[in-house]
Design a protein around this ligand. Sequence first.
Ligand code: ATP
Ligand code: LTN
Length: 330
Amino acid sequence: MTETKRVLSGIAPSGAPTLGNYLGALKFWVEDQSSADCFYCIVDLHAITVDQSPSVLKEQTLELAASLLAIGLDPKVSTIFIQSQVPEHTQLGWLMESTATFGELSRMTQFKDKGKGSNVTRASLFTYPALMAADILLYQTTHVPVGDDQKQHLELTRDLALRFNNKYGETFKVPHPEIPSVGARIMDLQDPKRKMSKSSETAAGNIYLTDEPDTIRKKIQRAVTDTENKVRFDPESTQKAGVSNLLTIFGALTNRHPVEIATNYSSYGTLKGDLIEATIETLEPIRKRIAELRCDDAALIGTLREGAHKAQLVARDTFDKAKEAMGLIA
Ligand code: ATP
Ligand code: LTN
């Protein structure tokens, strides 16, 4: 028997969404809408694991909400909501922290990278994978569309779900990651050893969904390549990291394999020119739609509240089940 596909994924309002977010995850969120029951969450509680100015956080949350609608997520089809408006996330988060071990959380590479051993690192940056597990497990999720950097967190989520089910009785579905074969890890245009990331300070290495065509043109023209001037897809080689990243972006935008694209080009100039056109073609309608949606923030907030109500109906059910299973009196 095939089980109903239930999708949940999340994105943090930690900056303006990038082409990396779009090609690694958001594009698949839109695709999944037609075949699954989808829950998409703006994970504001994850954003505050590092310092955020309150007014900037609010602005980024609204901009992200507009971006999610602008790429084609339909609130009549999918449940789109803000994590902090559904308190069961933090409540189940605590039960998950009481299921995960210190050793497991210490092994999470994202914590090691972002925390860098600093003693002002927030405790929530350490425990956040337990909250992420709660985000997913609350909805009896079967599939989680994410970029490659979330693989380890998904493995932890699966381990925690299995451990909980074995110890306390069948409570959670065990979810599967959905990681794209092309575009799962888009790199920074200026430093192709680093992943493109919306919280990065160097805007020149990121393409944002709201970049104007001229900005996109400049950023791609200035993207780091190498002096060999041979269009070859070899992401493992340090020398070819820049051009391989451009081929990956092109492949993910046009649903082709980067190796196949490489065979059509003999110079970086023509490759960059065509990539600029393909990027603008995808992003320009999105940019315009974001600007339109931002003319009515009250409507956006209303849509998200409705989403939170719908989400809570499902989340409450799972949370009560988990509480009961652990021996907490409901
Ligand atoms: P931050 O800089 O705050 O860590 P981020 O840009 O890494 O943000 P997230 O909100 O953490 O983005 O992730 C949202 C989704 O986008 C996740 O599924 C993540 O795997 C995916 N993603 C993020 N960056 C990339 C990238 N460079 N390439 C492909 N997918 C990405
Ligand atoms: N941890 C993810 C964002 C995130 C998420 C989730 C993704 C939070 N909760 C649930 C998928 C499912 C990140 O930092 N990229």
